[in-house]
Design a protein. Structure first.
Length: 457
């Protein structure tokens, strides 16, 4: 099916952050767009306001009539949907064209210059930074992002540009559908071992991804990664890191709540880059984003303006309260290395304050595989509150609970285990200097209420 010939699109699993970006692409094209999701959310309600026809019961009869013509309807599904899902089975049994969201993005990278960001962590922030730099430059871009950009209030940018910025997701090997013009690879710390099985298979997946970059384009890879890239002839190779590499930072200044640095580049170095979202971890993310934007023709002034006006991403080091007496923020970090970087950044910003984290582990398999690493990362903080594991797509695994992390926290760390439903009461009855909610589960749904409680104290 030619993507330009379809008249309607149906999403089985409409409310995911990545799926909703593609839904918005087709809504902007003027197509009929329908879908199913398990639960309503702010995102699905917004999609409904924009014209998407969404229902929340697994029911073939609720599929819009316009989405029941197999010659004209493209069905897009997320791997998180069970194989026995009634609606997915209906489309399979009736011969519809069914694609994963990554296949659709792959098609777009064949018709646009795909600027892709892959990696275990850092890819949402880096791709959103790059998209913002490109969009406000003379080049412009389209973008499909894994988080809600605070600059645009959406995870999607539409333009007439030849460029499309895409967050390249390694889950279920989805990024193998892409054909990048250029790609950043931020990190390859093993994750999703329920899918890959071994660290070696995970690293091999990234090696194969590097082969997909188109000749004439470029790979921009974090220095020192364990993966072995295998780029095609004609693909340029660059490396980056905080302090060394083809692209890096020098003269870093962190003072008075601001971060400024010099961007060192083999093309043109840029002095006095000011981070619009002054968080230490964003220096390195910014280096990668600026490198890709610069390689495609963004000027020094556009790089500086883009970085200074970058507003961040919802749930990525997302400050909700920031006063002299109290700091409260939310962070999507759910892998040990992400937790480590988040904890290190917040410790660097608030050296003399008591830092409390409420962490909801995400997935039984990830907790089983990395509980010691989670404990080490969280032990940088003063106090750790653990809730029960958020299962997402998984069934419980015997013996795998948050207590595995709890028992391995280092001596001296104040710790407690509570149920997610008791979090609000815990916040109500305790005082904080710096409080951070960590994890990719549904605890974030309570963040607005937590902020309200803290503001009322």
């Amino acid at each position: 099916m030619n993507i330009n010939d379809i008249k309607s699109v149906y999403f089985v699993g409409a409310g995911g952050i990545g799926m909703s970006a593609i839904a918005r692409y087709f809504l902007n094209k003027g197509l009929v767009v329908g879908g199913y999701d398990k639960t309503p959310s702010d995102l699905t309600r917004q999609l409904e306001k924009e014209g998407m026809l969404i229902h929340y019961e697994e029911d073939v009869n609720q599929i819009p009539q316009a989405c029941k013509n197999k010659q004209e309807c493209l069905v897009i599904y997320t791997p998180a949907i069970p194989a026995e899902h009634q609606e997915l089975c209906y489309f399979q049994q009736n011969g519809f064209e069914i694609q994963k969201r990554a296949q659709v993005l792959g098609t777009l990278t064949k018709t646009h210059k795909g600027l892709c960001v892959a990696g275990t962590h850092g890819k949402t922030t880096t791709s959103t930074m790059c998209a913002h730099i490109m969009h406000q430059s003379h080049l412009d871009c389209n973008a499909f992002l894994g988080g809600i950009s605070k600059n645009y209030g959406t995870n999607y940018i539409l333009s007439d540009s030849d460029y499309v910025v895409i967050e390249a997701d390694e889950f279920d090997r989805s990024f193998h559908w892409l054909r990048p013009w250029m790609s950043v690879i931020t990190s390859t710390d093993p994750d999703h071992l329920d899918i890959y099985g071994t660290k070696e298979a995970y690293l091999e997946s990234f090696r194969h991804y590097s082969e997909l970059i188109q000749p004439g384009g470029a790979l921009i890879i974090h220095r020192g990664l364990e993966m072995k890239e295998n780029i095609q002839s004609g693909v340029r190779h660059y490396d980056y890191s905080l302090n060394e590499g083809d692209f890096h930072a020098e003269n870093i200044r962190i003072e008075n709540g601001e971060i400024t640095f010099d961007f060192i580049s083999p093309i043109e170095s840029v002095k006095d880059v000011n981070l619009g979202q002054p968080i230490p971890i964003n220096i390195e993310n910014g280096i990668a984003a600026m490198a890709m934007a610069q390689l495609n023709g963004c000027t020094a002034e556009e790089l500086k303006r883009g970085m200074q006006t970058y507003g961040g991403v919802d749930r990525r080091f997302d400050f909700k309260i920031k006063t002299d007496k109290l700091v409260f923020l939310s962070d999507y970090a759910h892998h040990p290395k992400e937790i480590y970087q988040s904890a290190r950044s917040i410790r660097e910003l608030y050296k003399d304050k008591h830092i409390t984290a409420i962490f909801q582990p995400h997935l039984y398999t990830r907790t089983r595989d990395f509980y010691k690493d989670f404990a080490d990362a969280l032990s940088q903080l003063d106090e750790v509150i653990l809730t029960e594991i958020y299962p997402a797509r998984e069934l419980p695994i015997e013996g795998v609970t948050s207590k595995l992390i709890y028992d391995n926290l280092k001596p001296g760390v104040k710790k407690e285990m509570i149920q997610k439903d008791d979090v609000l009461n815990f916040v109500k009855n305790h005082s904080f200097e710096v409080l951070i909610v960590l994890g990719a589960g549904d605890l974030d749904n309570q963040v607005p209420e937590i902020a309200k409680l803290l503001n009322n104290k």
